[in-house]
Design a protein around this ligand. Sequence first.
Ligand SMILES: [Ca+2]
Ligand SMILES: [Ca+2]
Ligand SMILES: [Ca+2]
Length: 390
Amino acid sequence: MKLKLIFILDLLIVTASLTLGLQGWKVGVKQAHAVWSWKQSQTSELLANIPNDPDLNKSWVFENNDNIDALSAWKIQRGSRNIVVAIVDTGVDKNHPEINSNLWKNAGETGAYIDSQSGKIKYKENDGVDNDHNGYADDVYGWDFTQDKCGDKLCILGAEPQDEHGHGTHVAGIIGAAGNNGQGISGISPQVSLMILKYYDTHASGADNLKNSIRALRYAVEHGAHIINYSGGGPQFVKEEFEILKQAERKGILVVAAAGNEGEDIEKQQYYPASYELNNILSVASLNQKDELSSSSNYGGKVDVAAPGENIYSTLPLNKGKYGSMTGTSQATAFVTGIAALVLAQNQDWVGHGAARRIKSKITHSVRKLEALKDKVISSGKVSAVSALQ
Ligand SMILES: [Ca+2]
Ligand SMILES: [Ca+2]
Ligand SMILES: [Ca+2]
């Protein structure tokens, strides 16, 4: 059984919430300088369009619009709550103020009713009942496949897909941190619905993580996800995983998959799900700030595009500092997922069969070609949010 590894961060700079006045003052000065240098680099037209998230400039990706063309993309499209993105990962801190307003909610597990026996008001989200009869009790935001207990027909104890690691919350912020809300950063899709599916547990065996990743993918496919972000993978073809992703292909669900962090050519050393022969998989390599392929990034004929992936500033769970930086193809993948969410928000009539193929085509045909990516990724380029919308 293959080991289903998610990418552990290479670098984690936790910007801890500073409580001492002096330290707070120093941080304030640093921010002011950063805002200044950031604004110098933008044209007046883009400046008029910059959202009011004060820490957006802490990310080099947004410091210069050309890095991914997000500022100019937001002039055209800022995403939609109608677009459901499943994050198959370590869970997400749903209490994070930048994530909370963009969480997906299962309509069948929300709302109140009068209990016929007690006559009291009960809330579907915490009544312990599987109100929508999908086999999961109280699955409001998604599910925790690492903690749940399942009988023949019902799974319980998975209603809180909380992120103890940090990876899932970081990926979630890149895709869909609330934009223009006067705080923190902005995701590439400032409005979106994030479905939280936790499969990875650092203490579990590779076999268990793999089994749970397949359950998580199945949930996404069966519960209305339009796009799946999969920032993980492994070297072995797994038939069950292939079958569920094929079902996703039939439904038009796009799977954005990391190329992996071994610095290898994945045509020689396969890396799944990126390497599956399916039209709905969009695989992503990582770039550094100089537009070079990251030394740790996998590449090759199965990798479609590249995106920024080094030292990326995004959200972290509240007990891990709220914001911080991580590196890897996981982060690059999340940028592409965010762009895919914008493209689908712009073309909502595509939803359904064929949508994945169309989104993938838009993104791969609108890249900025880079000499450094020739023969490294199929499109020879890095993604551009604004070009993908045109
Ligand atoms: Ca349910
Ligand atoms: Ca319930
Ligand atoms: Ca924000």
